[in-house]
Design a protein around this ligand. Structure first.
Ligand code: SF4
Length: 239
């Protein structure tokens, strides 16, 4: 029996980039994408920051990883401790601090278990401070700075469903290469509009899922950056 349909922000955007690639790598899993050094670096940075906030573990001065192809990348953590302290200084005794908090909603926007059969949308809050009617949600980013308001909107909506007292949510990306911050503020009044924007996109993804229709969508990725080498548009993969 096929798995029930569920989505996340990354699966939605992967589907929209190219349904065929999404299908091969994330639904049928006929192709296992090698985990490149940048992805591993992002995972390692997330882990360091999670341990720093949850257990007080000092952040190493240099985060370094080696991928399976032997390539190595590293990232200085200069400024991260100062930034963490500045964020955590906003918390007091009445603040709920969450780290790597998994949020899973069913299609009636009620929270459910991450692996529930009724799971509909999933997201993970890297760091969140929830205080009465206000929240600050942080998403660590290791890649190139690019403001993605859609993701910030989705995370604010997820949080407002999970914490019903919230009236105002500030969500932000912290760009770990330069410690830059992009943030936006949303209120509960924004929720209907946020879902109005997401639901047609999710509907298209579900229709593809139900009909098992995964068309190719050629783009600049085809030339060297797509592992689906059986696709006629593929120009040769450079992992
Ligand atoms: S080569 Fe291009 S069109 Fe083909 S699956 Fe990959 S991204 Fe999609």
């Amino acid at each position: 029996m096929s798995k029930p349909f569920a989505w996340s922000y990354s699966s939605l955007t992967a589907f929209e980039t190219c349904p065929r690639r999404y299908y091969e790598t994330r639904v049928a899993k006929t192709i296992v994408e090698p985990q490149g050094a940048p992805l591993l670096l992002g995972n390692a940075a997330h882990k360091c920051l999670e341990l720093r906030v949850s257990r007080g573990t000092p952040i190493p001065k240099l985060i370094q990883v080696t991928a399976t192809d032997g390539s190595t990348v590293s990232q200085s953590s200069e400024g991260w401790e100062t930034m963490i302290k500045a964020i955590l200084s906003k918390a007091d005794d009445s603040t709920e601090t969450v780290v790597e908090r998994q949020i899973c909603l069913d299609d009636r926007f009620c929270e459910t278990d991450w692996f529930s059969k009724t799971a509909w949308v999933r997201g993970v809050i890297d760091l969140g401070l929830i205080k009465e009617t206000k929240a600050l949600l942080v998403d660590w980013k290791i890649g190139k700075r690019r403001l993605d308001s859609d993701q910030l909107q989705l995370f604010s909506a997820l949080a407002m469903h999970v914490w019903p007292k919230l009236e105002r949510v500030v969500t932000g990306f912290v760009w770990l290469k330069n410690n830059d911050v992009d943030k936006q503020e949303f209120t509960r009044a924004d929720i209907p509009e946020i879902w109005e924007r997401f639901l047609p996109r999710v509907k298209r993804m579900k229709q593809a899922f139900d009909a098992s229709t995964w068309p190719e969508r050629p783009s600049g990725l085809c030339k060297h950056w797509c592992p689906v080498t059986t696709c006629p548009h593929n120009g040769g993969y450079e992992s």
